[in-house]
Design a protein around this ligand. Structure first.
Ligand SMILES: Cc1cc2nc3c(=O)[nH]c(=O)nc-3n(C[C@H](O)[C@H](O)[C@H](O)COP(=O)(O)OP(=O)(O)OC[C@H]3O[C@@H](n4cnc5c(N)ncnc54)[C@H](O)[C@@H]3O)c2cc1C
Ligand code: SF4
Length: 504
């Protein structure tokens, strides 16, 4: 039997997607790749993201040489017609990562959808776990422990290595006092090549012709576009940065946006790295004494816990999850936010983080959650629009990873399906975890008046607005009771109302 051609999506670029084992494509299957321009037209993506995805696809095609048919087309349908020819050759494709793409490939005659790759747990195994644990709501901690047992990750004789499952308590330190950067080796960064030049030229041309429009600034490519580059980034992180990952995982420094984070989300989500190899290498570093357990457990938790959980929930919750709006937030996103206009913003934390997004398409999880997401939550912005913004503006943003992270974790729009409480805070948390407040025009402890911190005012106004719902939640009830101690609550609410249409 001749091998059926195999279609690779742009986020299925690592060698494991062509591995015939574990339900993969036919051995030596010819490969089809389609660069569909309509994808870039549909949304106003960050320029760096468009660059990274096109660069990674074209690099993969160059590696595959004669084995690949690389079609540049207007749409996937047109590209497929050209790739399959009049005979409509049978084709295989690995389970795509979005519902829209899955529906599309399922409607095509002669296309067989193979198992998903690039995750640790098959959907069926997750479904069995969820069936056993869904009664009182699914929670990441239980899922994560189950994955560690299932995959034997950081386990010794059936017990968690070091005796504890969760080392979060060791992983919440503020940045070192007085430091402007962490004193560790820089992360790996790529050098651009001729393929990047070609991508940049194409994007400039399409933009000039008015065919596409981007947000964010163009700059040197900052994330891996090939398997070789992704492995170099992983190796450098494990050898030089993992040891410090845990302690400062939640810290923020204005002049050091990356701190000890791995910067591996983009290559993981492009499929250039497999999560199993990332967690195995981290575990080996601990067993060889090269990194402490709190850092390694923290990193394994991010990948085998959060990343895997988010992937499973995307499929588990169903299509209507994207339109959830439990808190009935309908405000549109302001222009300064849509345009990543950091200069329009006075609040130093938000301005700093918005500039990071504008310049790189990336920030770590705390700025995403506690600065960007928290602003949207406190100001009642429409969660679907917030999700779309994150999807477009982040180099690692894809439908599957955005929906649970934004609708669930960051905007609490699912009413608590994913997390047990909304994540938001006043300025005190940002002040404790960063060096951002010092030179800010606002003061984190002030709730009213000219110097009132928008996060502090916004936090109390948010609790007040949702008093009924959050007062009955054991995790937020105490915070809600704090409202009763605020003698200036009427002033605070009036202040919040006055400033709601201006950039903070
Ligand atoms: C509002 C919001 C939006 C987010 N959007 C995305 C997104 O579009 N794409 C994305 O990959 N991550 C997203 N995250 C999760 C997390 O912020 C990023 O994965 C992380 O900041 C990427 O940087 P890093 O690779 O240095 O991560 P590290 O801090 O080094 O963590 C290691 C890895 O863990 C994984 N990870 C950790 N947390 C998550 C999570 N919640 N969901 C998925 N993977 C996780 C990532 O693959 C990451 O590379 C979002 C989080 C929030 C709160
Ligand atoms: S004072 Fe408030 S607005 Fe200013 S940096 Fe701190 S948290 Fe942000």
């Amino acid at each position: 039997m001749t091998a059926r051609p195999h279609w690779l999506f742009g986020d299925q670029l690592g060698p494991h997607f062509l591995d015939p084992r574990h339900g993969g494509p036919d051995p030596q299957a010819p490969v089809v790749m389609i660069e569909a321009r309509s994808v870039l037209r549909r949304r106003r993506f960050h320029r760096a993201k468009a660059h990274l995805v096109l660069s990674a696809m074209r690099h993969r095609a160059a590696e595959l040489g004669d084995r690949v048919r690389y079609v540049r087309a207007e749409t996937y349908t047109e590209g497929l017609e050209r790739a399959r020819g009049r005979r409509r050759d049978a084709l295989t494709v690995c389970h795509p990562t979005s519902r829209a793409a899955l529906e599309f490939v399922r409607t095509l005659d002669g296309v067989e959808v193979l198992a998903a790759k690039g995750f640790l747990v098959p959907h069926e195994e997750f479904a069995r776990w969820a069936g056993r644990h869904g009664g009182r709501g699914l929670r990441q901690e239980g899922f994560y422990r189950w994955v560690r047992e299932l995959r034997g990750l950081l386990m010794d004789d059936g017990e968690p290595a070091g005796g504890r499952w969760n080392l979060d308590r060791d992983n919440r330190e503020p940045p070192p006092r007085g430091a402007t950067t962490l004193d560790i080796e820089d992360p790996w960064r790529p050098s651009e090549d001729a393929i990047d030049d070609e991508v940049r030229h194409d994007l400039d041309r399409w933009e000039r012709a008015g065919e596409v429009s981007f947000v964010g600034r163009d700059g040197p490519r900052l994330f891996p576009a090939t398997r070789r580059e992704a492995l170099a980034a992983l190796r450098r992180f494990i050898a030089h940065r993992l040891a410090d990952f845990g302690r400062y995982e939640d810290a923020m420094l204005a002049a050091d946006p990356v701190l000890s984070h791995s910067l591996l989300s983009a290559p993981l989500n492009l499929g250039l790295l497999d999560p199993a190899e990332c967690v195995r290498r981290a575990e080996r570093a601990w067993r060889e004494g090269a990194a402490p357990l709190n850092s390694v457990e923290g990193f394994v938790r991010q990948i085998a816990g959060w990343r895997e959980y988010v992937w499973q929930l995307y499929w588990h919750f169903g299509e209507d999850y994207r339109s959830r709006n439990a808190l009935e937030h309908h405000a549109p996103l302001p222009d300064w936010f849509l345009d990543l206009d950091a200069e329009a913003v006075t609040a130093r934390c938000l301005s700093t983080v918005l500039a990071q997004v504008r310049d790189t398409g990336w920030t770590h999880h705390i700025p995403r959650l506690m600065v960007l997401g928290s602003r949207a939550l406190q100001d009642g912005w429409d969660p679907a629009a917030v999700t779309d913004w994150f999807h477009r503006c982040f180099v690692d943003g894809y439908d599957w990873v955005m929906l649970p992270n934004v609708v669930g974790m960051s905007q609490y729009a699912d009413g608590g399906l994913m997390t047990s409480k909304p994540y938001t805070s006043g300025g005190a948390y940002i002040n404790k975890m960063s060096d951002l407040c010092g030179p800010c025009a606002y003061r984190p402890a002030e709730r009213t008046g000219e110097r009132a911190c928008p996060y502090t005012t916004g936090y109390w106004a948010f609790l007040h607005r949702n008093r009924a719902r959050l007062g009955g939640n054991p995790r937020t009830a105490q915070a809600v009771r704090g409202l009763d101690r605020l003698t200036d609550l009427p002033d605070l609410l009036a202040h919040a109302d006055r400033r709601k249409d201006a950039a903070p």
